[in-house]
Design a protein around this ligand. Structure first.
Ligand SMILES: Nc1ncnc2c1ncn2[C@@H]1O[C@H](COP(=O)(O)OP(=O)(O)O)[C@@H](O)[C@H]1O
Ligand SMILES: N[C@@H](CCC(=O)OP(=O)(O)O)C(=O)O
Length: 374
């Protein structure tokens, strides 16, 4: 068993899933919340800072409204989330109060992450709360987001928050002991993976979807969250939230669950923000010279290297850079809208002004706004 990274971690993001928080959808598990609050208080006493990302608003709202199944209509889920979030807030506030700790509710949306100013605001608010010894309790602002602009699942939110606050570890507590070689609900012979590299593609093949009607995303979103958390250098642990003293034992260094360690060096802060953009608005197809310039030399993307433009995007949007076979090489914030990009593709930079009548920037995507994907 590996030594847990939580032992040396100073700043930890803990994510708890809906099935744990709501007793598999039956209603808030106050005893579980009390246990985690007591453990987090012990982590605080060890000098660690903790952010909690909690799911369960929809499941708790469904239980409170007396509905027998999770609704499929978006507005009903949003209404349920609004009802359930009140319950989560109240329950966490009183659980942490037992230990003299203040809590703060922080509801985030994808747009808070995609807008640089809002992203930096969210970051400074969270860092201020941590400096004040408050426990931020974070969820997606389900009530105001529609399907297209949703982060979608709180495993991703947990990873984005880890990047945002530069957490050392992301601990994802769920209803299984960790990542198994296959979904243990379907394959009784599956075995627990104790340690692996975050981002190893073999892990994605092991992970299946949600095992219950209560959770969202299943193990796959947890594996992808670990890959995302690794971009700011954080390790991820996936463990059971029902394991006694799970957080305090991890903090003592005990290897519990699955530990996914980062294998690449962390991206610079601005690139992490770019990588946090989840909505890709279009694609540019590169010729081989441009592909090599990006991948091997870390160059900016110039219009001359673009052979095709797909989709409709505006200046400043996130676009994907693909090679001639459609493999995604990089993502970045583009300096020209789709219609303009089509007019200047395959053209030397010196021609941009003559073609468009103006020059925004000489590069289509500047290297500072470009993130290479591995
Ligand atoms: N390889 C795997 N190892 C462990 N669990 C898996 C795997 N593949 C799929 N799962 C399923 O993922 C579920 C946990 O995800 P989910 O239901 O979204 O929980 P949460 O609410 O904690 O996010 C487990 O109950 C399990 O059935
Ligand atoms: N924001 C949603 C959480 C969605 C979600 O990702 O749930 P889970 O897979 O249980 O972490 C809620 O609070 O219901």
């Amino acid at each position: 068993m590996p030594v847990s990274v939580v032992k040396s971690a100073q700043r930890i993001v803990v994510k708890v899933g809906s099935s744990l928080v709501t007793n598999d959808g039956r209603g808030l598990d106050h005893a579980a919340l009390a246990r985690w609050a007591a453990e987090i208080a012990q982590l605080k006493a060890l000098g660690k800072q903790v952010v909690l990302v909690s799911s369960g608003a929809v499941a708790e709202g469904v239980a409170r409204l007396g509905w027998s199944v999770k609704p499929t209509a978006v507005h009903e889920k949003q209404a349920a989330a609004a009802v359930g979030q009140m319950g989560l807030c109240q329950a966490y506030e009183s659980a942490f109060r037992q230990h003299g700790l203040n809590t703060a509710q922080v509801l985030l949306t994808h747009e808070d992450m995609a807008d640089r100013t809002r992203y930096l605001n969210a970051r400074s608010t969270l860092l201020t709360l941590l400096a004040l010894d408050v426990i931020p309790i974070i969820n997606e602002n389900d009530t105001v987001v529609t399907a297209e602009i949703k982060l979608g699942d709180n495993d991703t939110l947990g990873a984005l928050v880890t990047n945002l606050v530069e957490g050392d570890a992301l601990v994802i507590l769920t209803d299984q002991r960790g990542l198994y070689t296959a979904d243990p609900r379907k394959d009784p012979a599956a075995t627990l993976v104790e340690e692996a590299k975050a981002g190893d593609p073999a892990l994605e093949a092991m992970a299946g979807g949600a095992g219950s009607n209560v959770g969202t995303g299943g193990m796959l979103t947890k594996i992808l969250a670990a890959k995302r958390a690794a971009r700011s250098g954080a390790a991820t642990i996936i463990a059971s939230g029902r394991e006694p003293d799970v957080l305090t034992r991890l903090a003592r260094g005990e290897g519990i669950g699955t530990q996914l360690v980062p294998e690449t060096s962390p991206l610079a802060a601005r690139k992490q923000w770019i990588a946090a953009h989840l909505q890709v608005k279009g694609k540019v197809v590169l010729d081989d010279g441009a592909r090599r310039a990006l991948a091997e030399k870390g160059s900016s993307l110039l219009p001359i290297g673009v052979v095709d433009v797909v989709g409709d995007f505006r200046r400043g949007d996130m676009v994907s850079c693909v090679d001639s076979l459609g493999h995604e090489i990089a993502r970045g914030l583009i300096n020209y809208a789709a219609a303009e990009t089509r007019r200047i593709q395959r053209q030397p930079t010196g021609q941009i002004e003559a073609i468009l009548g103006y020059l925004e920037e000489p590069e289509l995507i500047h290297r500072d706004n470009l993130v290479l994907l591995d």
